[in-house]
Write a protein that binds this ligand. Structure first.
Ligand SMILES: NC(=O)c1ccc[n+]([C@@H]2O[C@H](COP(=O)([O-])OP(=O)(O)OC[C@H]3O[C@@H](n4cnc5c(N)ncnc54)[C@H](O)[C@@H]3O)[C@@H](O)[C@H]2O)c1
Length: 288
């Protein structure tokens, strides 16, 4: 695999840390960005434990809700690591931020209970910052005729589930943006795809109740973050140059098969299945 430069947002812990380490272990140079300074040292230790040289993995603390911080990150990748080829838009505010007491309440948070600050912050992080990072790097990727934009969204039934606001809408926007980008990038050597866990994952962004429950068997098992690496490495490889506008789920990725075969079995078009809406009188009335 050719050595390339990647930015992984949210790359200091959880799924992003696993993907940043996985890219670096595969020979890429990685700028791993998070907004929590305390995550830097554990990331350095994790990289050291895996034998990843300091020159291959650069941790950075930045708030990607800030447009200037995004510009500075792209400049840093270019100046310190020698370019930019891969963008993994993984940073996100999850349900632990949005509804910390979700597992203790009788029902999930309703949309009208979400305050302006929360909604703005989630949309800014999960959608606007990812969109901004893609807009910052796309001209550079297009100029070199090679690039990979990888977004992390979520399961479709998490996006539209009651109680998912504002998380679901923010991820739905990123999902649809991926489909649009893929169409606009078609034939340029730059691709836009999605790599998702496909299931709840064992990260700090997951409710502690579920993490504990999955360990003691009282809750469904969680995906381990390292499982994200195999589909990611395929999507960013040269072999995946023709793979554009797809979503891959780590939990159903067949690691025993060659990556091309695993991808063919696993991939689904990014975005939503569009169909002609049923006439209004064919839709069952909802109590209102
Ligand atoms: N954990 C799951 O079960 C799960 C399932 C589906 C999708 N996802 C998505 O995967 C991604 C990673 O999830 P996770 O569970 O690893 O989360 P996490 O909370 O463990 O880590 C999130 C990372 O994003 C970073 N981040 C958040 N806001 C930021 C900001 N303003 N600027 C810079 N960095 C910022 C954090 O610093 C952290 O490094 C998220 O987008 C999440 O929505 C997670």
């Amino acid at each position: 695999m050719a050595e390339r430069v990647a930015i992984v947002t949210g790359g200091l812990r959880g799924l992003g840390q696993a993907m940043a380490l996985g890219l670096a272990a595969a020979g890429h140079r990685v700028l791993a960005v998070g907004h929590i300074a305390d995550d830097v040292e554990p990331m350095r230790i994790a990289a050291h434990d895996r034998g990843i040289p300091e020159s291959a993995l650069l941790p950075a603390v930045a708030d990607i809700r800030d447009p200037e911080a995004c510009t500075a990150l792209v400049d840093r990748a270019c100046n310190r690591l020698g370019g930019i080829h891969i963008l993994v838009n993984n940073a996100g505010l999850t349900f632990t931020t949005i509804s910390p007491d979700k597992f203790r309440r009788p029902s999930p948070q309703s949309f009208w209970e979400c305050g302006d600050t929360l909604v703005q912050s989630v949309m800014d992080t999960n959608f606007t910052a990812a969109d901004r990072m893609a807009r910052r790097v796309a001209p550079l990727l297009l100029a070199q005729g090679w690039g990979r934009i990888v977004n992390v969204t979520t399961k479709l039934d998490t996006m539209n589930r009651p109680g998912s606001s504002p998380y679901g809408p923010s991820k739905a926007a990123l999902e649809m943006a991926t489909e649009i980008r893929a169409k606009e990038l078609d034939g340029t050597g730059v691709t836009a795809n999605i790599v998702n866990p496909g299931a709840g994952a064992n990260t700090p962004g997951m409710a502690e109740e579920w993490r504990t429950g999955s360990r003691n068997g009282s809750m469904p098992p969680l995906l381990e973050p390292d499982e994200m690496v195999a589909p990611l490495l395929f999507v960013v490889s040269d072999a995946a140059g023709g793979i554009n506008g797809f979503r891959f789920d780590a939990n159903t990725w067949d690691r025993a098969s060659p990556p091309e075969l695993a991808a063919r079995r696993n991939g689904r078009p990014a975005g939503f299945v569009l169909h002609d809406a049923a006439p209004w009188d064919a839709v069952p009335a909802r109590a209102g």
